[in-house]
Design a protein around this ligand. Sequence first.
Ligand SMILES: [Zn+2]
Length: 394
Amino acid sequence: MLRIFNSQSRKKEKFKPIKDKEVSIYVCGMTPYDIAHLGHAFTYVFFDVLVRYLAFSGYKVNYTQNVTDVDDDILRTAKIENKNWKKLGDFWTKKFTQDMEYLNVLPPTHFVKATGSMKRIKKIIQKLLDKNYAYSSGGNIYFDIAAFKNYGKLSRYSRHQMIALSRERGGDPSDPNKKNPLDFVLWQKSKKNEPAWIAPFGTGRPGWHIECSAMVNQFLGDRVDIHGGGKDLIFPHHESEIAQSESYTDKTPFVKYWMHTAMILCNGEKMSKSLGNLIMINELRKYYSGDDIRWYLLSNYYRKPFEYDEYDLKESKKKLLLVKEALEDKKGTIGNFKSDMKTFEALMDDDLSTPETLKFVLELAKKVKKTAGKNKIAFQETLGSVTSTLGFRF
Ligand SMILES: [Zn+2]
Protein backbone atom coordinates (compact mmCIF):
# COMPACT_ATOMS: atom_id res chain seq x y z
CA MET A 1 0.00 0.00 0.00
CA LEU A 2 1.22 3.43 -0.97
CA ARG A 3 2.39 5.65 1.85
CA ILE A 4 3.17 9.27 1.22
CA PHE A 5 4.69 11.98 3.34
CA ASN A 6 2.05 14.58 4.07
CA SER A 7 3.59 18.03 4.56
CA GLN A 8 0.55 18.90 6.67
CA SER A 9 1.03 16.16 9.32
CA ARG A 10 4.79 15.84 8.60
CA LYS A 11 4.38 12.09 8.67
CA LYS A 12 4.23 9.28 6.16
CA GLU A 13 0.57 8.32 5.86
CA LYS A 14 -1.29 5.50 4.17
CA PHE A 15 -2.71 6.80 0.92
CA LYS A 16 -6.49 6.54 0.84
CA PRO A 17 -8.20 8.82 -1.68
CA ILE A 18 -11.53 10.53 -0.95
CA LYS A 19 -13.24 8.48 -3.67
CA ASP A 20 -12.30 4.84 -3.96
CA LYS A 21 -9.96 4.20 -6.91
CA GLU A 22 -10.05 7.79 -8.13
CA VAL A 23 -7.40 10.35 -7.37
CA SER A 24 -7.54 14.11 -7.82
CA ILE A 25 -4.21 15.93 -7.99
CA TYR A 26 -3.45 19.59 -8.39
CA VAL A 27 0.08 20.83 -8.88
CA CYS A 28 0.88 24.51 -9.03
CA GLY A 29 2.19 25.24 -12.47
CA MET A 30 4.46 27.74 -14.08
CA THR A 31 4.25 31.49 -14.42
CA PRO A 32 5.08 32.07 -18.07
CA TYR A 33 7.46 35.02 -18.10
CA ASP A 34 10.82 33.29 -18.35
CA ILE A 35 12.55 30.07 -19.28
CA ALA A 36 12.09 26.89 -17.23
CA HIS A 37 15.02 25.69 -15.11
CA LEU A 38 16.06 22.43 -13.52
CA GLY A 39 14.08 23.17 -10.35
CA HIS A 40 10.89 23.26 -12.43
CA ALA A 41 11.90 20.03 -14.16
CA PHE A 42 12.44 18.34 -10.78
CA THR A 43 8.93 19.21 -9.59
CA TYR A 44 7.09 18.24 -12.77
CA VAL A 45 9.10 15.07 -13.42
CA PHE A 46 8.47 13.97 -9.85
CA PHE A 47 4.71 14.55 -10.06
CA ASP A 48 4.70 12.88 -13.46
CA VAL A 49 6.17 9.76 -11.84
CA LEU A 50 3.59 9.98 -9.06
CA VAL A 51 0.75 10.20 -11.60
CA ARG A 52 2.18 7.32 -13.65
CA TYR A 53 2.62 5.21 -10.53
CA LEU A 54 -0.94 5.89 -9.35
CA ALA A 55 -2.23 4.83 -12.77
CA PHE A 56 -0.02 1.74 -12.63
CA SER A 57 -1.53 0.99 -9.18
CA GLY A 58 -5.02 0.99 -10.72
CA TYR A 59 -6.25 4.49 -9.91
CA LYS A 60 -8.09 6.74 -12.31
CA VAL A 61 -6.15 9.98 -12.02
CA ASN A 62 -7.48 13.48 -12.60
CA TYR A 63 -4.37 15.62 -12.73
CA THR A 64 -4.82 19.37 -13.01
CA GLN A 65 -1.94 21.74 -13.49
CA ASN A 66 -2.29 25.44 -14.02
CA VAL A 67 -0.55 28.24 -15.83
CA THR A 68 -0.48 31.45 -13.81
CA ASP A 69 -1.01 33.53 -16.92
CA VAL A 70 -1.93 36.79 -15.21
CA ASP A 71 0.31 37.80 -12.38
CA ASP A 72 2.66 40.56 -11.14
CA ASP A 73 5.76 38.89 -12.63
CA ILE A 74 4.31 38.63 -16.14
CA LEU A 75 2.94 42.15 -16.12
CA ARG A 76 6.22 43.56 -14.86
CA THR A 77 8.25 41.62 -17.47
CA ALA A 78 5.86 42.59 -20.26
CA LYS A 79 6.30 46.23 -19.29
CA ILE A 80 10.11 46.02 -19.14
CA GLU A 81 10.31 44.17 -22.47
CA ASN A 82 7.59 46.30 -24.00
CA LYS A 83 5.54 43.24 -24.98
CA ASN A 84 1.91 42.28 -24.80
CA TRP A 85 1.42 40.32 -21.55
CA LYS A 86 -0.75 37.69 -23.25
CA LYS A 87 1.70 37.10 -26.07
CA LEU A 88 4.55 36.91 -23.58
CA GLY A 89 2.60 34.32 -21.56
CA ASP A 90 1.74 32.25 -24.64
CA PHE A 91 5.35 32.30 -25.78
CA TRP A 92 6.76 30.99 -22.48
CA THR A 93 3.92 28.52 -22.01
CA LYS A 94 4.80 26.98 -25.36
CA LYS A 95 8.49 26.80 -24.40
CA PHE A 96 7.56 25.16 -21.12
CA THR A 97 5.36 22.58 -22.86
CA GLN A 98 8.20 21.75 -25.26
CA ASP A 99 10.60 21.23 -22.33
CA MET A 100 8.09 18.96 -20.62
CA GLU A 101 7.59 16.94 -23.80
CA TYR A 102 11.35 16.57 -24.07
CA LEU A 103 11.41 15.17 -20.53
CA ASN A 104 8.50 12.83 -21.39
CA VAL A 105 6.26 14.46 -18.80
CA LEU A 106 2.70 13.42 -19.67
CA PRO A 107 0.27 16.27 -20.28
CA PRO A 108 -2.04 16.72 -17.25
CA THR A 109 -5.71 15.80 -17.61
CA HIS A 110 -6.45 19.53 -17.39
CA PHE A 111 -3.78 22.08 -18.25
CA VAL A 112 -5.54 25.30 -17.38
CA LYS A 113 -4.95 29.02 -17.47
CA ALA A 114 -5.92 31.31 -14.62
CA THR A 115 -7.61 33.69 -17.06
CA GLY A 116 -9.92 30.82 -18.03
CA SER A 117 -11.29 30.63 -14.47
CA MET A 118 -12.19 34.29 -14.01
CA LYS A 119 -15.86 33.49 -13.42
CA ARG A 120 -15.03 31.09 -10.58
CA ILE A 121 -12.46 33.51 -9.13
CA LYS A 122 -15.11 36.25 -8.93
CA LYS A 123 -17.71 33.88 -7.49
CA ILE A 124 -15.36 32.82 -4.68
CA ILE A 125 -14.33 36.38 -3.86
CA GLN A 126 -17.97 37.51 -3.74
CA LYS A 127 -18.83 34.70 -1.34
CA LEU A 128 -15.81 35.46 0.84
CA LEU A 129 -17.01 39.07 1.03
CA ASP A 130 -20.55 37.96 1.86
CA LYS A 131 -19.27 35.67 4.62
CA ASN A 132 -16.99 38.39 6.04
CA TYR A 133 -13.77 36.55 5.27
CA ALA A 134 -12.78 39.38 2.97
CA TYR A 135 -12.96 43.16 2.99
CA SER A 136 -12.59 46.01 0.56
CA SER A 137 -10.01 48.70 1.22
CA GLY A 138 -8.30 51.27 -0.99
CA GLY A 139 -9.92 49.79 -4.08
CA ASN A 140 -8.57 46.28 -3.40
CA ILE A 141 -10.17 43.21 -1.83
CA TYR A 142 -8.17 41.48 0.89
CA PHE A 143 -8.57 38.19 2.70
CA ASP A 144 -8.97 38.86 6.42
CA ILE A 145 -6.77 36.30 8.13
CA ALA A 146 -8.24 37.20 11.53
CA ALA A 147 -11.49 35.62 10.32
CA PHE A 148 -9.78 32.31 9.60
CA LYS A 149 -8.51 30.90 12.84
CA ASN A 150 -6.10 28.34 11.40
CA TYR A 151 -3.98 30.58 9.19
CA GLY A 152 -0.49 29.09 9.45
CA LYS A 153 -1.56 25.49 10.03
CA LEU A 154 0.37 24.13 7.05
CA SER A 155 3.65 26.00 7.44
CA ARG A 156 3.50 26.29 11.25
CA TYR A 157 5.55 29.47 10.99
CA SER A 158 5.40 32.12 13.66
CA ARG A 159 3.74 35.42 12.80
CA HIS A 160 7.18 37.00 12.65
CA GLN A 161 8.44 34.39 10.14
CA MET A 162 5.27 34.73 8.06
CA ILE A 163 5.66 38.48 7.78
CA ALA A 164 9.32 38.15 6.75
CA LEU A 165 8.54 35.47 4.14
CA SER A 166 5.55 37.34 2.81
CA ARG A 167 7.79 40.34 2.15
CA GLU A 168 10.39 38.13 0.45
CA ARG A 169 7.85 36.34 -1.76
CA GLY A 170 5.92 39.15 -3.36
CA GLY A 171 3.49 40.08 -0.55
CA ASP A 172 3.40 43.57 0.85
CA PRO A 173 3.04 43.46 4.64
CA SER A 174 3.46 47.25 4.84
CA ASP A 175 0.45 47.96 2.59
CA PRO A 176 -1.47 50.63 4.58
CA ASN A 177 -4.81 49.39 3.22
CA LYS A 178 -4.50 46.11 5.13
CA LYS A 179 -5.98 45.52 8.58
CA ASN A 180 -3.29 42.98 9.28
CA PRO A 181 0.14 42.76 7.58
CA LEU A 182 -0.56 39.11 6.68
CA ASP A 183 -3.88 39.80 4.94
CA PHE A 184 -3.42 39.07 1.27
CA VAL A 185 -4.84 40.41 -1.97
CA LEU A 186 -7.78 38.62 -3.55
CA TRP A 187 -8.53 41.28 -6.12
CA GLN A 188 -6.64 44.44 -6.99
CA LYS A 189 -7.11 47.57 -8.96
CA SER A 190 -5.38 47.28 -12.32
CA LYS A 191 -2.74 49.87 -13.05
CA LYS A 192 -2.63 51.74 -16.34
CA ASN A 193 -2.07 49.34 -19.27
CA GLU A 194 -2.71 46.29 -17.09
CA PRO A 195 -5.49 43.85 -17.98
CA ALA A 196 -8.72 44.33 -16.06
CA TRP A 197 -11.90 42.32 -15.57
CA ILE A 198 -15.27 43.73 -14.59
CA ALA A 199 -16.55 42.47 -11.24
CA PRO A 200 -19.33 43.59 -8.85
CA PHE A 201 -16.67 44.51 -6.28
CA GLY A 202 -14.67 46.63 -8.73
CA THR A 203 -12.87 46.36 -12.02
CA GLY A 204 -9.44 44.80 -11.57
CA ARG A 205 -7.41 41.62 -11.64
CA PRO A 206 -7.04 38.66 -9.28
CA GLY A 207 -4.32 38.00 -6.73
CA TRP A 208 -2.09 34.97 -7.23
CA HIS A 209 -3.45 32.70 -4.48
CA ILE A 210 -7.12 32.98 -5.43
CA GLU A 211 -6.33 31.80 -8.95
CA CYS A 212 -5.24 28.37 -7.71
CA SER A 213 -8.14 28.03 -5.25
CA ALA A 214 -10.53 28.76 -8.13
CA MET A 215 -8.92 26.32 -10.57
CA VAL A 216 -8.84 23.53 -8.00
CA ASN A 217 -12.51 24.15 -7.27
CA GLN A 218 -13.53 24.32 -10.91
CA PHE A 219 -11.62 21.26 -12.14
CA LEU A 220 -11.40 19.01 -9.08
CA GLY A 221 -14.11 20.06 -6.63
CA ASP A 222 -14.30 21.30 -3.05
CA ARG A 223 -11.71 18.88 -1.77
CA VAL A 224 -8.69 17.36 -3.42
CA ASP A 225 -6.63 14.27 -2.64
CA ILE A 226 -3.16 15.54 -3.43
CA HIS A 227 -1.97 19.09 -3.84
CA GLY A 228 1.64 19.65 -4.72
CA GLY A 229 4.27 22.10 -5.69
CA GLY A 230 7.77 23.24 -4.83
CA LYS A 231 8.56 23.63 -1.14
CA ASP A 232 8.85 27.41 -1.47
CA LEU A 233 5.11 27.51 -2.24
CA ILE A 234 4.11 26.33 1.25
CA PHE A 235 4.03 29.90 2.47
CA PRO A 236 2.31 32.14 1.61
CA HIS A 237 0.78 30.47 -1.47
CA HIS A 238 -0.53 27.16 -0.16
CA GLU A 239 -1.28 28.53 3.27
CA SER A 240 -3.47 31.17 1.63
CA GLU A 241 -5.13 28.66 -0.68
CA ILE A 242 -6.23 26.69 2.39
CA ALA A 243 -7.68 29.81 4.02
CA GLN A 244 -9.60 30.83 0.89
CA SER A 245 -10.88 27.39 -0.08
CA GLU A 246 -11.94 26.23 3.38
CA SER A 247 -13.66 29.55 4.07
CA TYR A 248 -15.47 29.34 0.75
CA THR A 249 -16.64 25.71 0.94
CA ASP A 250 -16.76 25.17 4.74
CA LYS A 251 -15.23 21.78 3.97
CA THR A 252 -12.07 20.73 5.68
CA PRO A 253 -9.42 19.69 4.97
CA PHE A 254 -9.26 21.29 1.54
CA VAL A 255 -6.35 18.99 0.74
CA LYS A 256 -5.96 15.47 2.07
CA TYR A 257 -2.24 15.11 1.29
CA TRP A 258 0.12 18.00 0.71
CA MET A 259 3.29 17.05 -1.17
CA HIS A 260 6.25 19.34 -1.73
CA THR A 261 9.42 18.94 -3.72
CA ALA A 262 12.75 20.14 -2.37
CA MET A 263 14.88 22.86 -3.88
CA ILE A 264 17.90 22.19 -6.08
CA LEU A 265 20.93 24.17 -5.04
CA CYS A 266 23.63 25.51 -7.28
CA ASN A 267 26.91 26.72 -5.79
CA GLY A 268 25.41 26.20 -2.35
CA GLU A 269 22.42 28.44 -2.93
CA LYS A 270 18.87 28.05 -4.14
CA MET A 271 18.71 28.54 -7.90
CA SER A 272 17.42 31.99 -8.64
CA LYS A 273 17.42 34.48 -11.41
CA SER A 274 18.88 37.21 -9.21
CA LEU A 275 21.88 35.04 -8.25
CA GLY A 276 22.42 34.06 -11.88
CA ASN A 277 22.88 30.39 -10.97
CA LEU A 278 19.96 28.91 -12.90
CA ILE A 279 20.49 25.67 -14.82
CA MET A 280 18.15 25.97 -17.80
CA ILE A 281 16.45 22.95 -19.30
CA ASN A 282 17.00 24.20 -22.85
CA GLU A 283 20.77 24.37 -22.17
CA LEU A 284 20.85 20.79 -20.87
CA ARG A 285 18.84 19.68 -23.90
CA LYS A 286 21.89 20.39 -26.07
CA TYR A 287 23.91 17.65 -24.37
CA TYR A 288 21.49 15.30 -22.64
CA SER A 289 18.45 13.29 -23.62
CA GLY A 290 15.16 13.58 -21.75
CA ASP A 291 15.89 10.18 -20.21
CA ASP A 292 19.34 11.35 -18.99
CA ILE A 293 17.81 14.34 -17.22
CA ARG A 294 14.92 12.27 -15.85
CA TRP A 295 17.30 9.65 -14.46
CA TYR A 296 19.47 12.31 -12.87
CA LEU A 297 16.50 14.01 -11.23
CA LEU A 298 14.93 10.79 -9.99
CA SER A 299 18.24 9.61 -8.54
CA ASN A 300 17.57 12.33 -5.95
CA TYR A 301 14.94 11.94 -3.30
CA TYR A 302 12.11 14.38 -3.89
CA ARG A 303 12.00 15.78 -0.36
CA LYS A 304 15.74 16.26 0.05
CA PRO A 305 17.47 19.36 -1.31
CA PHE A 306 20.53 18.59 -3.40
CA GLU A 307 23.37 20.38 -5.07
CA TYR A 308 23.41 20.33 -8.86
CA ASP A 309 26.41 18.35 -10.09
CA GLU A 310 27.04 17.78 -13.75
CA TYR A 311 29.21 14.77 -12.93
CA ASP A 312 26.08 12.96 -11.66
CA LEU A 313 24.23 13.89 -14.82
CA LYS A 314 27.01 12.37 -16.93
CA GLU A 315 26.93 9.25 -14.74
CA SER A 316 23.18 9.00 -15.36
CA LYS A 317 23.87 8.78 -19.08
CA LYS A 318 26.17 5.77 -18.48
CA LYS A 319 23.67 4.01 -16.24
CA LEU A 320 20.91 4.48 -18.79
CA LEU A 321 23.10 2.95 -21.45
CA LEU A 322 23.48 -0.16 -19.33
CA VAL A 323 19.70 -0.45 -18.93
CA LYS A 324 19.18 0.17 -22.65
CA GLU A 325 21.62 -2.60 -23.55
CA ALA A 326 19.84 -4.97 -21.19
CA LEU A 327 16.49 -4.17 -22.79
CA GLU A 328 17.83 -4.70 -26.28
CA ASP A 329 19.64 -7.92 -25.46
CA LYS A 330 18.45 -11.01 -27.38
CA LYS A 331 15.19 -12.40 -26.10
CA GLY A 332 14.34 -15.89 -24.91
CA THR A 333 10.94 -17.39 -24.13
CA ILE A 334 8.24 -15.79 -22.03
CA GLY A 335 8.30 -16.13 -18.27
CA ASN A 336 6.98 -14.22 -15.30
CA PHE A 337 8.90 -12.70 -12.44
CA LYS A 338 6.40 -11.41 -9.96
CA SER A 339 8.90 -11.04 -7.15
CA ASP A 340 10.79 -8.28 -8.96
CA MET A 341 7.60 -6.32 -9.53
CA LYS A 342 6.85 -6.69 -5.83
CA THR A 343 10.26 -5.17 -4.99
CA PHE A 344 9.56 -2.28 -7.34
CA GLU A 345 6.16 -1.67 -5.77
CA ALA A 346 7.53 -1.87 -2.24
CA LEU A 347 10.14 0.79 -3.04
CA MET A 348 7.67 3.08 -4.77
CA ASP A 349 5.02 2.54 -2.10
CA ASP A 350 7.46 3.93 0.43
CA ASP A 351 6.83 7.60 -0.36
CA LEU A 352 8.14 7.14 -3.92
CA SER A 353 11.67 6.28 -3.08
CA THR A 354 12.98 6.84 -6.60
CA PRO A 355 16.74 6.76 -5.78
CA GLU A 356 16.34 3.24 -4.36
CA THR A 357 14.09 2.27 -7.25
CA LEU A 358 16.74 3.32 -9.78
CA LYS A 359 19.34 1.22 -7.92
CA PHE A 360 16.93 -1.69 -8.24
CA VAL A 361 16.53 -0.97 -11.99
CA LEU A 362 20.31 -1.18 -12.41
CA GLU A 363 20.46 -4.49 -10.54
CA LEU A 364 17.70 -5.82 -12.76
CA ALA A 365 19.59 -4.69 -15.87
CA LYS A 366 22.70 -6.49 -14.65
CA LYS A 367 20.63 -9.62 -14.03
CA VAL A 368 19.32 -9.50 -17.60
CA LYS A 369 22.85 -9.26 -18.96
CA LYS A 370 23.99 -12.24 -16.94
CA THR A 371 20.94 -14.44 -17.55
CA ALA A 372 20.09 -16.56 -20.55
CA GLY A 373 16.91 -18.18 -21.90
CA LYS A 374 13.54 -18.12 -20.22
CA ASN A 375 14.60 -16.11 -17.21
CA LYS A 376 16.10 -13.42 -19.35
CA ILE A 377 12.83 -12.49 -21.06
CA ALA A 378 11.08 -12.39 -17.70
CA PHE A 379 13.65 -10.02 -16.27
CA GLN A 380 13.48 -7.95 -19.43
CA GLU A 381 9.71 -7.71 -19.23
CA THR A 382 9.90 -6.55 -15.65
CA LEU A 383 12.63 -4.07 -16.53
CA GLY A 384 10.53 -2.72 -19.41
CA SER A 385 7.45 -2.39 -17.25
CA VAL A 386 9.33 -0.70 -14.40
CA THR A 387 11.17 1.78 -16.63
CA SER A 388 8.05 2.77 -18.52
CA THR A 389 6.18 3.33 -15.25
CA LEU A 390 9.04 5.64 -14.26
CA GLY A 391 8.52 7.48 -17.55
CA PHE A 392 11.66 6.49 -19.44
CA ARG A 393 11.43 6.28 -23.21
CA PHE A 394 14.44 4.13 -24.20
ZN1 LIG B 1 -0.79 27.54 -6.99
